[in-house]
Design a protein around this ligand. Structure first.
Ligand SMILES: *[C@@H]1O[C@H](CO)[C@@H](O)[C@H](O)[C@H]1NC(C)=O
Ligand SMILES: *[C@@H]1O[C@H](CO)[C@@H](O)[C@H](O)[C@H]1NC(C)=O
Ligand SMILES: *[C@@H]1O[C@H](CO)[C@@H](O)[C@H](O)[C@H]1NC(C)=O
Ligand SMILES: *[C@@H]1O[C@H](CO)[C@@H](O)[C@H](O)[C@H]1NC(C)=O
Ligand SMILES: *[C@@H]1O[C@H](CO)[C@@H](O)[C@H](O)[C@H]1NC(C)=O
Ligand SMILES: *[C@@H]1O[C@H](CO)[C@@H](O)[C@H](O)[C@H]1NC(C)=O
Ligand SMILES: *[C@@H]1O[C@H](CO)[C@@H](O)[C@H](O)[C@H]1NC(C)=O
Length: 442
């Protein structure tokens, strides 16, 4: 089964079949000399081939209304809708969490109240805000026993084909937390994820620790990513995950103001750390983490299930997930996307986009129409809806070769690596992870 996202049978579709070096010479140009749009999703499994930059006119058309990719988001000058919404949310924060301070970028020497009044996850893994805050607890597990919620962060990725193809073949869906800047970098790949039936959630605009940002920045990081998912994929998510789990009551209130459920995890592979700069986590450690998750699927989680955190940020993280997925699927009774785990049959604001509930997902009834076409494979049939995504895929036109994607290639482990090494508090994370796991086993 092959990808063929360059769905409309056009010159672009034909070009997608050519070897890349040939393609580089043959890229068509419009009459004003600009490179023509090629919404090209090669079916190559070679990362270099997949990561050739392309222009995608729908992104060119809207990007002036968005923050610059990989910069901290702020509300764009003329965006009155965002301004109005933000001032409402800002007032709520002032009222309910006015005492929560912005955390410093480096916590070296920073003294924080041990009682953790802000329910700061990064401090001791707090996921249940006080009732007075008025927001739901973070979601960290799934209700069904021996069930694993599969989550994949940091996409879309230019070189995701091998992973996505495997997931399609296995009729396996995941919950994917997308970075706004990556959606602008690799929009066709973002659309593919939705077409394949994966559940799409927000993972911020520029992947920074959210508790270090101002109210406005944190709002804009969520607001513009949610909007980008709507503009490019055609759906409006109702879920988000904070980069590195970094969330406190102030940030939770901002997310709640955008109707975004905060999702953490309780099973950690640490895959992104293995190749991070100065990392103390080895690839053997990551394999060991996966092995533990396999073992726990067999022996533990008898009252409810787990949520595993993995990444599609590098070839290593994707390869490692691919390597372990068969064992995860045999050790856990069910491996499911979170929407199915929670029976969120309308996971997006758009109510015409539906999702299989838990029983439908595990009975495989969602894949009944999978055989008909190669481009819209297995589980996608029930998520077609009428969103702009379908239009976006077939949209065409011309655009200048500005290479929006190039900055995206610097990817996200960058910001993760920036913050982690100098953070005393972060060293507590493994302990909080352990707490999370123990909690999960209760
Ligand atoms: C948001 O609230 C802070 C105080 O919490 C205030 O300083 C700031 O001016 C407010 N911004 C807007 C746009 O209302
Ligand atoms: C995707 O994966 C490749 C490795 O295949 C990596 O080099 C790249 O930085 C990743 N990130 C993005 C945003 O494509
Ligand atoms: C959140 O959901 C409520 C209830 O459906 C709706 O009235 C409100 O407009 C939504 N807010 C945002 C920012 O989408
Ligand atoms: C990695 O470690 C070296 C040597 O201690 C140090 O100079 C460098 O700044 C570190 N890099 C990062 C990103 O922490
Ligand atoms: C998981 O279950 C096994 C077998 O019952 C038990 O020995 C082990 O301690 C449990 N693991 C955790 C982390 O509780
Ligand atoms: C990783 O890269 C190799 C080639 O460098 C490629 O063959 C393989 O398919 C990639 N793996 C994934 C999961 O993308
Ligand atoms: C999902 O729906 C099934 C079937 O109705 C039910 O048994 C299960 O408890 C539901 N799960 C949740 C989390 O609501």
């Amino acid at each position: 089964m092959r990808l063929s996202l360059a769905a409309p049978v056009t010159a672009a579709g034909v070009l997608a079949l050519l070897p890349l070096d040939a393609l580089a010479h043959l890229r068509p140009r419009s009459c004003d000399g600009h490179e023509l749009l090629i919404p090209r999703q090669t079916d190559s499994l070679d990362p270099t081939a997949q990561c050739q930059y392309y222009n995608y006119q729908p992104v060119q058309d809207i990007k002036a209304k968005y923050p610059t990719i990989w910069t901290t988001a702020t509300i764009q000058g003329s965006d009155t809708e965002a301004q109005t919404l933000f001032s409402q949310i800002n007032a709520t924060i002032q009222q309910k969490a006015g005492s929560v301070v912005i955390k410093p970028a480096s916590t070296a020497g920073y003294s924080y109240d041990r009682s953790d009044p802000d329910c700061w996850w990064t401090w001791q893994g707090c996921t249940k805000p006080a009732d007075s805050i008025g927001v739901a607890a973070d979601l960290i597990d799934v209700p069904e026993p021996h069930t694993l919620g599969l989550t994949i962060d940091d996409g879309p990725n230019c070189s995701q084909n091998a992973l996505y193809e495997y997931l399609r073949e296995q009729k396996q869906r995941a919950t994917m937390f997308f970075i706004g800047s990556n959606i602008f970098g690799w929009p066709v790949q973002a659309i593919q994820a939705h077409k394949d039936g994966h559940e799409i959630c927000v993972h911020t605009w520029s992947h920074q620790p959210m508790t270090t940002l101002t109210n406005e920045q944190a709002f804009a990081e969520l607001y513009y990513t949610r909007k980008a998912i709507k503009d490019i994929i055609g759906v409006t998510p109702k879920c988000w995950r904070p980069p590195q789990g970094d969330v406190d009551n102030r940030i939770r209130l901002i997310a709640a103001g955008l109707n975004l459920t905060t999702i953490i995890w309780n099973l950690e592979t640490d895959d992104w750390r293995a190749q991070a700069v100065n990392s103390t986590v080895s690839e053997a450690d990551v394999d060991n983490n996966y092995q533990k998750i396999v073992d726990q699927g067999k022996n533990n989680f008898t009252t409810h299930g787990g949520v595993v955190l993995t990444h599609q940020s590098t070839n290593y993280t994707m390869s490692t997930l691919l390597k372990w997925l068969p064992q995860l699927k045999s050790a856990w009774t069910h491996v499911v996307p979170l929407a199915s785990a929670y029976n969120w049959t309308q996971p997006y604001v758009e109510t015409d986009v539906t999702y299989p509930d838990f029983n439908a997902y595990i009975s495989g009834s969602t894949s009944s129409s999978s055989s008909s076409s190669s481009s819209s494979t297995a589980p996608s049939s029930s998520t077609t809806g009428s969103g702009a995504g379908a239009n976006a895929v077939s949209a065409s036109g011309s655009g200048s070769a500005t290479g929006t994607a190039s900055a995206a290639a610097s990817t996200t482990s960058r910001s993760a690596a920036l913050r982690t090494p100098d953070l005393d508090l972060r060293h507590i994370a493994p302990a909080s992870l352990l707490l999370g796991i123990m909690y999960a086993l209760l």
